[in-house]
Design a protein around this ligand. Structure first.
Ligand code: IPM
Ligand code: MN
Length: 356
């Protein structure tokens, strides 16, 4: 039987317990997986002086079929310039050239949204540009009295490929907005900033190649508004790195919280999968964190590998565990019975599904 090899980066804070949960669910859903753990993150930085070794990066690039990463970073592990030393965004997203950060925002049955009305449902995907934008030149140009730093970088090639990725996703994805119209929304601030005008002009060029997909525009501030006021409008959204970071957390709030949201970092030659939230060190090791984002990240990973059957089995199990009330969330998105009980509920739903 073919074995699928998965590299795991448990990470910091709640990372290890979340990755443990995801592995248990993966094992319940498929017998074909085997796992290898890689060291990475703030704790690794503290011990070794590097957040990820070159050997680990090379294995992550080449040795595994799929890579599942937990949240990384600890607030007190910092560089002298004040930025965090234990985060892997630059090393992994840049190093693997995973230029599309794919963040599905979907409201599950049985979960609670803070929105007044969700008659139209919520089911869209944010495609966050992941290798350029405002995050590419962190920390330069900071003096005592003023900071002129962190230049925006947008390249033609980098913008073209992520916009194309968004249109391809709109064509093939199974979810849909309320009106069923396939659309890609370009989110930018092109009314004020020239870099975003450049982004939008390239968006338009690529959109010409996809006459079957509706093109749509929102300024970033209005996008934040509409993700709350009219989420059913959206199908696929494409945007610059920093905007995508912020607006995906807005989207997360509308479907119950950050604990519900997985992300895929996808390039042409590598990919890895993770929750969109941080490592929550205050609740690490206390069996309190919501494992759903990590488990859904595992499903995204399998989907990317082409194991659709197992991916669907896991997603269905998560949906059923919530819809049947086996998992209930506190207002802070943590599961009432704890991490392990929530994991157990999802595994039970997988097993029920497999019963003859
Ligand atoms: C995310 C996270 C990271 C980011 C942090 C941890 C560096 O917030 O994946 O959204 O800013 O990209
Ligand atoms: Mn973020």
């Amino acid at each position: 039987r073919p074995r699928i090899s998965i590299g795991l980066i448990p990470g910091d804070g709640i990372g290890p317990e979340l990755v443990d949960s995801a592995v248990e669910v993966l094992q319940a859903a498929s017998a074909d997986l085997h796992f290898t753990t890689e060291d990475g993150g703030a704790d690794t930085f503290r011990r070794t002086g590097a957040a990820l070794s070159p050997e680990s990066l090379e294995r992550i690039r080449t040795a595994y079929d799929g890579v599942l990463k937990g949240p990384v970073g600890l607030p007190d592990v910092r560089h002298p310039d004040g930025t965090e030393a234990g985060i892997l965004g630059g090393i992994l997203r840049g190093g693997l050239d995973t230029y599309a950060n794919v963040r599905p925002i979907a409201l599950l049955r049985g979960t609670v949204t803070p929105l007044r009305s969700t008659e139209t449902g919520i089911d869209y995907v944010i495609v966050r540009e992941n290798t350029e934008g405002l995050y590419l030149s962190r920390g330069r140009g900071v003096g005592n009295d003023r900071a002129v730093a962190d230049q925006m970088l947008m390249t033609r090639e980098g913008t073209e490929r992520v916009v194309r990725f968004a249109f391809e996703l709109a064509r093939r994805r199974s979810g849909a907005p309320a009106d069923g119209v396939r659309r890609v929304t370009c989110v930018d601030k092109s009314n004020v900033l020239r870099s975003f005008a450049f982004f939008r002009a390239i968006f338009d060029e690529i959109a010409d190649e996809y006459p079957d997909v509706q093109r749509d525009y929102r300024y970033a501030d209005a996008a934040g508004h509409d993700l709350v006021a009219d989420p059913g409008h959206f199908d696929v959204l494409v945007m610059e790195n920093f905007l995508g970071d912020i607006l995906s957390d807005v989207g997360a709030a509308t479907i119950g919280g950050l604990g519900m949201c997985p992300a895929g970092n996808i390039g042409d030659h590598a990919a890895y999968f993770e929750p969109i939230h941080g490592s929550a060190p205050a609740i690490a090791g206390r069996d309190e964190a919501n494992p759903t984002s990590q488990i859904l990240a595992a499903a995204l990973m399998l989907e990317h590998l082409g194991d659709h059957a197992t991916a669907v089995r896991i997603k269905d199990a998560v949906t059923r565990a919530y819809a049947d009330g086996q998992i209930r969330l506190l207002p802070n998105c943590r599961p009432k019975g704890g991490t392990k009980a929530a994991t157990r509920a999802i595994i039970n739903a997988v097993d029920t599904d497999q019963a003859p």
